[in-house]
Design a protein around this ligand. Sequence first.
Ligand code: NAD
Length: 735
Amino acid sequence: MINPNEPGSDESLLTSLFPGEVVTRALVRDVELPYGAGTMALITLDNGRDHTRPDTFGPASLTSLREALDAVAARADRATPEEQRVAAVGITGKPFIFSAGADLSGAALVVARDEALAIGRLGHAVFRRLGELSVPSFAFVNGAALGGGLELALHCSYRTVSSGVTAAGLPETFLGILPGWGGTYLLPQLIGPASALKVIIENPLSQNRMLRGPEVLILGIADVMFEPADFLAESVRWAARVLTGAASVPRVRPPGGWSQASWDQAAAAARLFADGKLHGAAPAPYRAIDLVAAARGRTRDEGFAAEDEALADLILSEEFRAGLYAFDLTQKRARHAAGAPDASLGRPVTKVGVVGAGLMAAQIALLFARRLEVPVVMTDLDQARLDAGLRHVRAEVTRLRDRGRISADAAARLTALVTGSLTKDAFADADFVIEAVFEEIAVKRQVFAEVEAVVRPDCVLATNTSSLSVTEMASGLAHPSRVAGFHFFNPVAMMPLVEVVRAAHTDDATLATALAVGTGLKKNCVLVKDAPAFVVNRLLTRFLGEIIGCVDEGTPLEVAEHAPDPLGLPMSPFFLLQLVGPAVALHVTETLAAAYPDRFTVSPKLRALVAAGKTAVYRPDFTVDESVAALLARGDDSTTARGGSTPPDPPGRPPREGMAGGDRPSTAGEVRERALEALAEEIRLMLDEGVVAAPEDIDLCMILGAGWPFHLGGITPYLDRTGITEKVTGTRFRV
Ligand SMILES: NC(=O)c1ccc[n+]([C@@H]2O[C@H](COP(=O)([O-])OP(=O)(O)OC[C@H]3O[C@@H](n4cnc5c(N)ncnc54)[C@H](O)[C@@H]3O)[C@@H](O)[C@H]2O)c1
């Protein structure tokens, strides 16, 4: 009979859910410690693969660790005459990886609560042995320590960390679960509730920020830090000194622990932070905060049991399903663009031309030089603009150097790689020329004609256009097959997405080259069809357009502004408008309204904002600029017009004209519903048009290009699960 309190029964319950588990073996060897400190049983976690396949813990891996710990525990308690007595236990990882935590591959298959509970229980049962041995345990955090990997280290008596660690943290709440293998209980006891909540809540909700080795030390998670070169040897020596009493181990915990008041304050601050980011849209961070808040008054057994319950609830939640889906997209689909041609068709790129030296062009030039390490030449209309672009590049290089992100040598190399020229002859030997000039089709056509006159026939011509037709841009050229869209997002260095656009005549070699360049730039490419505004801008414009439309109809600004709050999007609509810039937003809306007049409308208020020269909605103190608020509140609808040529209203859709006076206010719920239904409609149409291969690409674009959250799965899983897709389209995006 299965006894749920036995780890063995949890293992058998879970094993069938993880048929493809890459097993992390816990390999034990004896290490003679210096200073007469005895023998250490050193466990190395290794799944037998290289660092690109980090070690994780599924049921079989946990079993391997449990068996290793059983053996060393026995030797610590009472070694047989043939065995060496164990004075301490150490645990470390394979090169570059300590442990990447729980194996998530089977989590999506968990449907029953007892299975979900078993995941937490099994992890606790195995990991806690490290903290409950009769001898001290040491975690030697040599590389990435994520989620359960970091929790494993927390169960040990002591921790060392390598200064070379670039990724340590507890990213669970970002994914929709919580650190349920001891993290919410052990971390606040070790480093205090405020620091623990920074690691458990603040970092994951700040674009899943990771800790580096020195921060792990400063926070008090590790007791000591060593250089990567001799990390293990130094760690073992230090362990010996701890065991002999030669090294003292100061801890940040005050005598008697942290006060209840500081515990309460930390939890309140974390809730405020989570509210600011999510507005309650996902349960995981709140459950994690509750556990941390309660940890002070709980025993270890109670703390771990509470984690099991909370983890089980979250594993079964829709938000976690969406998180797993999103995680999978970013790990797999993002690395190999769906519909990509044979990569072997790609041509090498050894020199790059950038037309324009403005906001985007200068950032693009630097990125190419930094990642591809090839010469990059920029051009612009006059010396002053060119100089400004080059100055931007140099200032950015200096900033990177001053922050220690690149060496002085690399800074000098980068500066030398990016040059300027007022004539396009400088592109004669370039393999890839990208334009980032004004968003006007005539200007871009002219630029491509001038570039084509000087470059080789096999040079790829790419455009950074946000919304214009790439096909039209290429139409006057001798070789339109070499033109592709290459749409970056601002800020270029930070945003991971490039929409690579296949125009009507783009050939496979051009696309393969563009995709290889994208990968070389460390960007994730999604292949999209040449359709107005591609994916991200089209969806954001539709979404924003419906919300601004509600303001046009009389919905108060603050109601419209906060209507999407329950979705937990990265920013409110009018902040987004400010980030994009009202003029750019207007321009993209005009393009879309000309293409799809039945669904995209140019708001008279947006036009008025741009006409008044407003570039920001918010002031630096985060209050709405009164003059903007007044413009948005004004019921002057005399300029109401649809995009471009004011086409006639299509049948079935009520005209917006005449509504701007404010006699049709909506509630926040109505605004949200309308915006989401519009998204569902637009996505369906985009899929029918073949803008991307599948809904997964839409979600990937929204996650990587707009920062839409994992708990929505991008957007289509959310639209499906709330019934909005079905209501609008009669079916679901994914069946
Ligand atoms: N700003 C953004 O956030 C963003 C994001 C993605 C894509 N884009 C796209 O990138 C492109 C550039 O946008 P930006 O914001 O960098 O504009 P910008 O106005 O800052 O820069 C454009 C530059 O192009 C130069 N230029 C114009 N005509 C030229 C010509 N014939 N030859 C050489 N240089 C010429 C201008 O002098 C100017 O320096 C646009 O297509 C825009 O839609 C912008």
